[in-house]
Design a protein around this ligand. Structure first.
Ligand code: ADE
Length: 226
């Protein structure tokens, strides 16, 4: 799977060489290609932004460099992901959808965002998704893109060593994950729940399920069916 990232801060993406994602890159399972948006400007100052039509605070990213950059790296089967606090909430289901695409292109905006015509134009040619990480505002799309890339890349076969570990995670079955314990059996006066030491696999599975439902009800009741 190929990830193209267009940004004015390519150095943000040096972390893609670390840990599992770095290993997957070294093994050729995934490919990341980072591009500087300013390479698609044509003026001496390599300008990427301008004042907003209609007035208002802040600057808006100009459509021309974005148009040329996306033309250069996107094909008909690319999904263009535009991180934005005004986008659809990012979910595990969306991560699975993106992991099934052959190519993703991240358009990382800064300032007050990218001229809307960029999304409107490319939406007629390919899948374009404005995606929000959550109801808060970051300084730009880079950190959001990294989070989305990590969530997607780990679903690509061969990236995570033990694929079974992907199945029993939070959000995979619509519930939060159950609590986990390891040795020692007692730590600072706290015992591991006895059922986990029982060797009774059916009882363990039932307890874990209960814990998932309880946890989800406590902290994320919005995830439970009515
Ligand atoms: N850019 C700025 N804030 C963002 C958010 N919450 N999600 C995605 N991209 C963003």
């Amino acid at each position: 799977m190929r990830f193209d990232i267009v940004t004015i801060f390519p150095e943000f993406f040096e972390v893609l060489d670390i840990s599992l994602l770095g290993k997957a890159r070294a093994n050729g399972v995934v490919e990341y290609s980072i591009h500087d948006l300013r390479d698609f400007t044509h003026d001496k100052h390599r300008t990427v932004d301008d004042t907003p039509y209609g007035g208002g605070a802040g600057m808006v990213m100009k459509p021309e460099p974005w148009g040329d950059a996306i033309d250069a790296f996107a094909t008909d089967d690319t999904v263009v992901v535009v991180p934005s606090p005004a986008g659809e909430p990012f979910t595990q289901a969306m991560a699975r959808e993106f992991a099934a695409a052959p190519r993703l292109l991240f358009a990382c905006g800064r300032y007050e965002g990218i001229d809307q015509r960029v999304v409107d134009h490319f939406s007629t040619r390919m899948r374009v998704r404005a995606v929000s990480l959550g109801d808060y505002v970051l300084n730009g799309g880079e950190v959001a893109a990294l989070a989305i890339i990590e969530a997607v890349a780990r679903l690509v076969p061969g990236v995570v060593g033990n694929p079974e570990s992907l199945v029993e995670e939070s959000h995979e079955d619509g519930l939060l994950e159950y609590p986990s314990y390891t040795k020692p059996q007692e730590w600072r006066g706290l015992e591991v729940p006895p059922v986990l030491l029982s060797g009774n696999h059916a009882a363990i599975a039932a307890w874990r399920r209960e814990q998932q439902v309880q946890r989800t009800r406590d902290v994320r009741p919005d995830l439970l069916p009515d």
